[in-house]
Design a protein around this ligand. Sequence first.
Ligand code: HEM
Length: 468
Amino acid sequence: MTEPNPPDTMLDRLRERLTPEEFPTDDRGRIRMVVDSLVLHLHPSKVPVTTIKWSYTWGLGGLSAVLMTILALTGIILLNNYTPSVPQAYLDILEIRSNVWFGELIRNLHHWSANLLIIVAVLHLIRVFLTGAYRPPRELNWLLGVAMLVLILGANFTGYLLPWDQLAFWAITVGTSIITYVPLVGESIGRLVLGGPEVGANTLLNFYSLHIALIPLGIFGLMSYHFWRVRKDGGLTLPKPVDPAPDPLTWQKPERVTTIPHLVRRELIYTLGWFAALLLFAMVVPAPLEGIANPDISPNPAKAPWYFMGLQELLLHFHPLVGAIIMPGLAITGLFLLPFFDVTSASVGIYFRSRRGRSLSLLALGLATLLTPAWVLLDEFVLDWVGWLPGWDSLISNGLIPLALIALGLFLLDGWAVKTFGADTEERVLFLAVFLFTAFVILTMIGIFFRGPGMALYLPWNMPAAVH
Ligand code: HEM
């Protein structure tokens, strides 16, 4: 007698587990069962009602995943019609816009989804930060998130060059010049990234391979691990009830609903809604494309891509080593180390930690909104460190001294929050982080909207046209 064959398909395995009454007999029922089982690979079968509330996660992690999927699908179509060589790259983009079936729409969709992804991933990071969800046991998932954000910026930056138009060429020239400020190895790293002394055909090829293979592989790899960690860490953090003294037993064991249909239905509606909005936007607003890149004619002002304008603004005020390397380096290190310093679990799941935390955050937002432009104006028109300290190395006079003054300012602000408001450690972290993040956003806005020819300050409505 022969042994029965081992089950080899998902259906066979399900047939084995279910009773004959439970196993669907028609095709529709079977397809539904396979789809359900795929969904349950991603989600647990039941989820707390509180964590699927729209106002807790805002669906931002899920939306990042949706955008990554749109980018991969539209990217594959673009890839089939693109050659990474000079000047063919530019001609191919023209061809995609005019002769490829829905080519213009697909390019627009790819462009706007990529830009939106930066905003959505940063908003997701902010929501995770504001609910304290980076604290143990989720510290590894926070680190994975920071690494993904760096890769998302890398994907956007490398993709920016591919159309090989004036905008791309000069934005990447400005952006990559920042690398050369890294002490000792900056020049060599710059050459490696550019494939030569300046942006050229080799840079296009390097950026192309990073953009279509290495970076997406990295992001999708980390994304799978990120999702798996959300489940391993016991699902999402639980939002604490509004009740000032919730019963810990019922709070830790909240009411649960089945993932299918409750969570899946929300995800589907949300995905379709965003997809429709993006599609509409891409139909109406074309992705930018200027004339073919001309290395001999630089536009004035020559600006980095918008997400690096905060960095470019810092460079206008500090010695490059401080503005381009030390300050961003401290920020990234702070993000990586955050879950290891701020470890209390008391307020996990509560937006802004506490009522006082909420007030302090508002205060930090207001202060940074006022102080950052004030400091930019002061530095532009009054402060002259190099003139005041002649003979000093500009790294000290225009770098380390202002940096030390800013650190002192933050120290005083922190002391004020403790003395005047009685802030505890987690509220102090929140206060300073909101202040610094807002300051960076304001710097980015100043760089994008208030800098004109010669990178001088202008009011947006008085902005002269760019000089070529
Ligand atoms: C491609 C980028 C990303 C994708 C696709 C993604 C996806 C997700 C999803 C679907 C969730 C669960 C639902 C939600 O919270 O919205 C989640 C949770 C989480 N994400 Fe992300 N994420 C990304 C980037 C980031 C970044 C930049 C950070 C922070 C640095 C981060 C840190 C976390 C943490 C700590 C959790 C657990 C939150 C909790 O338990 O409440 N993720 N992510």
